[in-house]
Design a protein around this ligand. Structure first.
Ligand SMILES: Nc1ncnc2c1ncn2[C@@H]1O[C@H](COP(=O)(O)OP(=O)(O)OP(=O)(O)O)[C@@H](O)[C@H]1O
Ligand SMILES: [Mg+2]
Length: 144
């Protein structure tokens, strides 16, 4: 995978998520890196739509760590923003999701620290101008 775009609207970011699915496989882990409000959840809506999930059901899992959506593939949508304490990160059991046969999408993967998976698809989102986002996706292998 190597995909990038200059998105000029939330709709374009969602479409990027939709397009990204064509480059993904069941079991992939997608790490979404970007500041608050750069469009991580918006992109997940597009991924969900492409997998047959109503994008309106996709919201940031703020008070739980993960939302599960049942699509063409099982979808595990994590938001680790609130996991500031590394000890708390240690206590979370991701493995059954990360290394299962669903698609995992992770907002704020920085929180994983050393527990980064060895293989993943990295998506970077950056605010470039009002309403504009630079989005880049690349597959990373054996990062450990
Ligand atoms: N080009 C764009 N792409 C995506 N979102 C955009 C764009 N331009 C403006 N926006 C706005 O930015 C916000 C993005 O919100 P979203 O919840 O997707 O961000 P997020 O990265 O998940 O934030 P958080 O870290 O708080 O979870 C929305 O309010 C959306 O309307
Ligand atoms: Mg979000």
């Amino acid at each position: 995978v190597k995909l990038s775009t200059n998105s000029k609207s939330p709709e374009e970011t969602e479409r990027f998520g939709q397009d990204l699915v064509r480059h993904l496989r069941r079991g992939d882990i997608v790490l979404l890196r970007g500041d608050l409000g750069t469009g991580k959840t918006t992109l997940v809506k597009g991924v969900a739509r492409a997998l047959g999930v109503d994008p309106r059901s996709v919201t940031s899992p703020t008070f739980v760590l993960m939302h599960y959506y049942e699509g063409r593939w099982p979808l595990y949508h994590f938001d680790l923003y609130r996991l500031e304490d590394p000890a708390a990160v240690e206590s979370v059991e991701y493995d059954e999701f990360f290394y299962g046969d669903g698609l995992s999408l992770v907002e704020w993967p920085e929180r994983l620290g050393a527990r980064l998976p060895p293989n993943y698809v990295k998506v970077d989102l950056r605010h470039t101008a009002f309403g504009h986002r630079k989005i880049e996706a690349v597959r990373v292998k054996d990062s450990a």
